[in-house]
Design a protein around this ligand. Structure first.
Ligand code: PBG
Length: 344
């Protein structure tokens, strides 16, 4: 009579579907659900992005409610608070004053610049905190591009020369991980050689391996006042239509000495996370970017989504897709919620 169970009655006269496998049995109590749960996000999996500026006060970012541009003192307080909830790794993004912006982005390797000073402050007071830095010229570029512009084009190799100086400067200030987000060809290998030849063989590289030309970065560019001055970033960031291309980038980054591979944005690119996880033995990170944060915040503010539930679900989904590490503006809040609710 085929394999589909027929409705019948049991010995007690009750309705019985003669179905042997019943997956619901493993869901019947929280104890059993927890026992068979395949993935769990922990505070130590998070990297918390912090925006910093030279002012003496904090500034709200309108398109990212709840996120601020911090003064250096405010940044220290945020780091201290996050540590209470087990978040121990931070990535710094500076808003640079207009007068310091140039086409070659040379402020990026000013040892007295805001990022080297911020790194030194954190490492001085919290030596066990892991500090990651972004390697790209856009916050320092008067063109709002990640590299040097010549005749309307972003020139690859000359940009890499600047990025090497930037990464070495950040390493000198105490950065533990440098994260190139520029998408120039060959930058991971060049950074590795530049760091090694200055004695920084133990500074790690987290490559933005599959960084897409995404509309989800809008609020970030608001926060740093770093919108491209002309055109878009499609000659260096990946086409959102492409998946295989991420595997090509991953192979190059691994061969060039990357320690971690990152996919960015996160939620719309879970398939890319899984494909990279299957293609490499390096740890995988995803960046839950500013636009993804803004979407969840906006719906939560309207009462359309339960913020805590949707955020914790989202973070778990990153793990399920293959992430070891998650960069998120929710890092502190998610960790706080997990602890308060006794989930970890
Ligand atoms: C800059 C950089 C960007 C982000 C991280 N590093 C923006 C961009 O490429 O234009 C975006 C992060 C976010 O949206 O949260 N190289």
């Amino acid at each position: 009579a085929g394999s589909s169970p027929a409705l019948t009655t049991n010995n007690q006269g009750g309705v019985w579907v003669p179905q042997m496998a019943r997956p619901r049995r493993n869901r019947k109590s929280e104890t059993l659900r927890a026992m068979v749960r395949e993935n769990i996000v922990l505070p130590r999996n998070f990297i918390y992005p912090l925006f910093i500026h030279e002012e003496r006060y904090e500034t709200e970012i309108p398109s990212m409610p709840g996120q601020k541009r911090f003064s250096l003192a405010g940044m220290m307080a945020e780091v201290a608070e996050s540590l209470q909830f087990g978040v121990k790794t931070f990535v710094l993004f500076p808003k640079v004053e207009d007068r310091l912006k140039t086409n070659d982005g040379r402020e990026a390797y000013n040892p007295a610049g805001i990022v080297p000073r911020a790194i030194a402050m954190i490492k001085d007071r919290f030596p066990d905190v892991t500090v990651m830095t972004d390697v790209a010229l856009d916050p320092y570029s008067d063109q709002g591009h990640d590299g040097i512009v010549l005749n309307g084009k972003i020139i690859n190799d000359e940009t890499i020369e600047q990025l090497c100086k930037q990464a070495v400067c950040q390493a000198r200030a105490g950065a533990d991980i440098v994260a190139p987000s520029d998408m120039m060809d060959g930058r991971v290998g060049a950074l590795r050689r530049a760091l090694d030849s200055e004695g920084f063989t133990d500074v790690s590289i987290m490559s933005y391996t599959a960084k897409y030309a995404s509309a989800y970065y809008g609020p970030f560019r608001d926060a740093l006042d770093s919108h491209p001055g002309f055109g878009d970033k499609k000659t260096y960031q990946q086409d959102p239509a492409n998946g295989r291309e991420a595997l090509l980038e991953a192979a190059l980054d691994a061969a060039e000495g990357a320690d971690f591979l990152m996919i960015k944005p996160g939620m719309p690119y879970l398939d890319v996370i899984l494909r990279l996880k299957q293609a490499t033995n390096l740890p995988i990170a995803a960046y839950h970017v500013s636009g993804e944060y803004a979407m969840l915040k906006a719906a939560a503010e309207r009462g359309w989504l339960n913020e805590k539930d949707v955020v914790l679900e989202t973070m778990t989904c990153f793990k399920r897709a293959g992430c070891d590490i998650i960069l998120s503006y929710y890092a502190k809040m998610a960790s706080k919620w997990m602890i308060e609710d006794g989930l970890i």
